[in-house]
Design a protein. Structure first.
Ligand code: ADP
Ligand code: MG
Length: 348
């Protein structure tokens, strides 16, 4: 991935530039380190099986807003987004650790609620909570979760295995979580100082649920195993389709063509987008937090998706040689470069 030369600041580099820089300065030495920085999770050899390890940091005011995010949902989501990275390696979660920084404003009941959500997600996805760390915080709530999963070595799927002409698939509709966030933000602004109003959420349950309580796609991993399809590359959609596609393209040394009309977008997402005069395709491309799986498969494997009933899988485009670039084919038939908005995390 390209980095600005002589980058002067974090803003120049962006989040992914910074990660690339750290990766470039880091070497691994142990034979058991199969994959270090650069995928959804690290891969470690543990005897006959491989373990995957992934970690996420959630900061109050950056990643969540407690005025509209109930603590139980927050706990659930914090685990869910980590497990999503485990599934994105085609692995299954086994253990998590949870570290929290808590300020004095929190009650014991609040922390109980947070852990209720954490335990619920653990139960649903078969992970054990096995440790963590606890500290006071001066700056609101901080949650850091590490998830450990396992897989047979030959089942693990990286971001870099896509081949030209592979079909690009996504496991569900995109842009809903972003539209849910817009709705929550709008109602927060409307209700500020107006304690007697009720928020106008009617008809929008779906996008609120996608924002507040995402589910990692364990069912898709089970289905892929059942129909004996091993994706050539895979990752989860946390930063938006554009950004994730560019990761797969760059890691695999390829380009891609994605058809705007094939990108799945739910009608509730479209309704909300209409209401606030926003292009729903932009929400799908750049919104993020969908936690669907984005993967590439060999063309010959595509028919296996129809062989038994299973989750809807949407084919949205195909991989090309690198010199063809990474492009979106719009409804009108013109081509536009895919741009990763998710890379500007440090921009002011
Ligand atoms: P995801 O969106 O799938 O969670 P990230 O973009 O957060 O992935 O991370 C991409 C890769 O960079 C992962 O391998 C992750 O472990 C690594 N990474 C992210 N931040 C750091 C850091 N501060 N130091 C070392 N590695 C990092
Ligand atoms: Mg990921």
């Amino acid at each position: 991935m390209e980095q600005p030369k002589n980058a002067a600041s974090l803003a120049d580099l962006g989040e992914f530039g910074l990660i690339d820089r750290i990766a470039g300065q880091t070497q691994t030495h142990n034979q058991s380190t199969i994959r270090g920085i650069g995928d959804d999770a690290a891969v470690i050899c543990a005897g006959g099986r491989h373990q995957v390890v992934t970690t996420d940091l959630l900061l109050e005011g950056i990643h969540f807003d407690l005025t509209y995010c109930p603590l139980k949902h927050l706990g659930y989501k914090a685990v869910a987004v980590n497990l999503s990275d485990v599934y994105a390696m085609n692995a299954r979660p086994r253990q998590i650790t949870v570290s929290i920084g808590v300020s004095a404003k929190f009650t014991l009941k609040a922390i109980d609620e947070l852990y209720e959500g954490i335990r619920l997600a653990c139960e649903r996805y078969g992970a054990d909570l096995v440790g963590g760390d606890t500290s006071t915080s001066l700056t609101g709530l901080t949650i850091s979760i590490t998830a450990i999963g396992e897989a047979e070595p030959d089942r693990i799927v990286y971001r870099n295995g896509a081949r030209p002409n592979d079909i690009i698939c996504v496991s569900g509709d995109l842009g809903a979580a972003y539209m849910g966030l817009q709705l929550l933000e709008r109602e927060k602004r409307v209700l500020k100082g107006n304690a007697f109003e009720r928020p106008a959420f009617d008809g929008y349950d779906y996008i609120l649920e996608r924002q507040l309580k995402p589910e990692p796609r364990a069912d898709v991993i089970d289905f892929l195993e059942k129909i004996d399809v091993r994706p050539t590359a895979m990752m989860d959609v946390s930063d938006g389709l554009s950004s994730e596609l560019l990761h797969i393209c760059h890691s695999s040394g390829l380009g891609c063509r994605v058809y705007e009309e094939k990108i799945p977008i739910d009608h509730v997402t479209r309704n909300m987008a209409d209401e606030i005069n926003f292009n729903p395709v932009v929400a799908a491309l750049n919104g993020g937090e969908d936690y669907e799986l984005l993967f590439t498969i060999a063309q010959a494997d595509y028919q296996k998706f129809q062989s038994i009933p299973g989750p809807n899988i949407y084919a949205i485009g195909y991989m090309t040689e690198a010199d063809k670039g990474c492009r979106l084919i719009t409804q009108g038939g013109s081509e536009a470069d895919l741009v990763a908005q998710g890379w500007k995390a440090f921009a002011q």
